[in-house]
Ligand binder design. Structure first.
Ligand code: ZN
Ligand code: ZN
Length: 350
């Protein structure tokens, strides 16, 4: 699990561009009125939303979604997002029945059209149309002012935030068409938190396995799990390690909880990261082989072999193991955290 530093220049700029687009788009959808910028391209390309919800609910919703709240929804930190989401339904629906809401969000697609859910269902339809994630990911990067490709490019994350196993590079074709980008996992699942579908801090660049196969609609909680934009020291809270069974002649990767960090550990278990890394036993064996063949002084020996070449520890590490040495760079190469921990365990690096 990798930390996303919201104070870094790249991420701050990504957030500003995200806000510039979605503040205009959502506000125009709700009010039908263009922003103050003359000839604003986002506003002129956005149609206002035809509200489906009952008149009183519709008025409550449009009244609730003022500029201050929109800013919190689009750019608010995770704790704010959670609060606003819970607040919206009790504020907008005068029948604040939490059981009914919970039942709705756990119901199947067909059950959701049931008469008892009518008000909620219509409200959710309107919310989904205003904070429209499908529209966002459908935008063509070469024909739009802003798209999921722009967000991915701005964040510039090279491997999956959750597993650090898979490349998540963003690239368009030579004609500027869609080619590859990370998926965006909704930390608060959009099926249960429709209001947070396009919220900056709810879009976690990740791989297909983590987003679709493992996490899906599982609800993580801020008090029990690690959010990538919070918890900057999560990498120090756990360590990859391995055991070898002589009887079975088999290796097994496991993750050790270093600082009794229950949040980090809960998240690792929920995302099945320890299970996933058992797909990388061959990489583990390669590192063990290096240890057996070259002893502890592998890196020193390689350096001594090329005395005339000025080569930094970072570079030599990247060349020898194909991964990054420093915490902050782990995302640039898959398996960096894993290899770094195992190499420390083997005594090859300090
Ligand atoms: Zn505008
Ligand atoms: Zn992943």
């Amino acid at each position: 699990m990798l930390h996303l530093d919201s104070n870094s220049l790249e991420i701050s700029n990504a957030r500003i561009q995200h806000w510039n687009f979605f503040s205009c788009r959502t506000s125009k959808k709700i009010t039908g009125i263009n922003c103050a910028t003359v000839n604003c391209k986002v506003c002129s390309s956005t149609k206002s939303h035809n509200f489906k919800s009952l008149p009183v609910i519709h008025t409550n919703l449009t009244h609730y979604l003022n500029n201050e709240i929109l800013e919190k929804i689009i750019c608010g930190v995770p704790l704010i997002l959670e609060l606003i989401n819970n607040d919206l339904f009790s504020n907008v629906l005068s029948i604040a029945d939490n059981n009914l809401l919970n039942n709705y969000f756990t119901a199947t697609k067909t059950e959701k059209t049931d008469a008892r859910f009518k008000t909620i269902h219509e409200l959710v339809f309107d919310i989904e149309s205003i904070f429209n994630y499908k529209y966002f990911i459908g935008l063509e990067p070469n024909k739009s002012l802003y798209s999921a490709y722009n967000l991915a490019e701005n964040l510039n994350r090279i491997s999956c935030t959750y597993c650090n196993r898979t490349y998540t590079t963003t690239m368009c074709s030579s004609k500027g068409e869609k080619l590859m980008r990370p998926q965006f996992d909704h930390w608060f699942p959009k099926s249960k938190y429709p209001l947070l579908a396009i919220s900056f801090y709810n879009l976690i660049p990740s791989c297909n396995t983590c987003n679709s196969s493992v996490k899906g609609d599982i609800v993580l909680e801020l008090q029990n799990h690690v959010h990538p934009y919070l918890n900057s020291n999560q990498n120090e809270d756990f360590e990859f390690n391995y055991i070898y069974s002589k009887r079975l002649d088999k290796y097994k990767v496991y993750i050790a909880n270093k600082n009794s960090a229950s949040k980090t550990f809960n998240t690792i278990k929920t995302l099945k990261i320890d299970n996933m890394y058992n797909a990388h036993i061959d990489e583990l064996k390669d590192l063990i082989k290096i240890k057996q063949l070259y002893s502890d002084t592998y890196i020193q020996k390689i350096k001594a072999f090329f005395p005339k070449v000025m080569i930094s520890d970072d570079e030599i590490f990247r060349l020898l193991f194909g991964t990054e040495l420093n915490n902050i760079d782990f995302h640039k190469r898959p398996l960096s955290k894993f290899k770094s921990d195992i190499l420390k365990e083997l005594g090859i690096i300090k």
